[in-house]
Design a protein around this ligand. Sequence first.
Ligand code: SF4
Ligand code: SF4
Length: 451
Amino acid sequence: MIHHALKIIKEVCIGCSRCMNSCPTGALRIRNGKACLIEERCVDCGECYRVCPVEAIIVEHDDFKKIFDFKCRVALVPAILISQFEQRYSVKEIYSAIRENGFTHVYEVEHASVILPGLIDKIIDKSPVKPIISSYCPAIIRLIQVKFPELTENIMRLCTPVDIAGVYFRKLLNDSGVDNSDIGIFYITPCAAKIAAVKSPVGEEKSSIDGVINLDFIYNRIYSVLSSSSMKIYPFKEHENFRPGEISWSLTGGEAENLKTDKALSIDGIGNVIKFLEQVENRELKGVDFLELRACDESCAGGILTVENRFLAADRLRKRSKTYKRGNSVESDIFSYKELIDRASLIEEIKPRSVDILDEDFYQAMLKMQKLKEAEESLPGVDCGICGSPNCKSLARDYIKGEAKLEYCFFILQRLIENKKLTPQESGEILRAVWGNKKFDGEIDESKKSD
Ligand code: SF4
Ligand code: SF4
């Protein structure tokens, strides 16, 4: 079963359909006046979360108390967390504030980016399939599985930096005498897609991470420690030992700029990525060996769980990264585990998600395909969404799958009324199944009228 971090709170949803219209994979419908999720279509990109006007969509993370199930409590932090705070706070202060919240260790995900360029360069050199698509952004992997199944073979078979960092730090702790069962590694995430990647990883059986904490949740806790006058400062040494390119790995261009090839492209924003992948699918793209694709504008600086303006956060991280100079400790530590990391970072080939199969039986599938074509032709093709499906094609498909009626289409309803096959009252009842009673019975909340 696919784990999704995004959840719709039905009691709060007002059925405005903004989420349905913004979903890049057509994973949402309006039924009975509420948004409904088609789980196998959802890629956890969070576009619905961004547009919901009433916060009816939430991102579920682990209970923070879970960290106390472990003696050795590791916060695995992305550099994006640092970019949420003004420059006047030092990395040491921010990490100390995390420790004050109950963690015993704070480690950076970006340790993985020290070793990643070499691994990716090797994959690009060896692979007969081009362009190689980065596996960094879990929303993009899932988008390709759902919307561009033919391109799954282009996805790099390398697990995410978060997982690599998890393997590395667990081993470091094991080697210093800490028992595996005492170690809990908790990733602080800027997005829902990374929660889904930890809870149901693609291409690997189990993630190396034990739990996930939302960045906006921990941000408030860190901020309140930073604001207190009696804050304790813990010793940290490793955070100064990165190169600028390594610390800005999560920003747009972070991967491409660190590779040997000059045939690498970086694209951010899910709409841009979709348009670009359509070109790749049509074999219109030439001369590109590596694609760094990120679902969010400004990459992880624009993650849905970040609190700071994405442009400001990206700028801050770039500026901070320039103050980093590579020392020796990061390099020697992670490279001494190279064999282990080489083994642990390889994932299985990623398969498409079969969301568009009409029937398992070939003969039945062909029959349904014919019916689907007829249903599509009977619809007006205006994609107005009044049927509660995002467009006419989706309604036709929902109808063939037995999940909707063609009469949900306002134009079909009108035709049926004109031909006296339905009374206006009967047609109203049909639309109630889509939009619920509230919108028909005039129970409009005056406070929401301005929306
Ligand atoms: S965007 Fe509108 S339809 Fe979607 S969950 Fe929010 S309130 Fe409901
Ligand atoms: S770009 Fe970063 S924050 Fe956005 S979905 Fe991808 S991994 Fe998550």
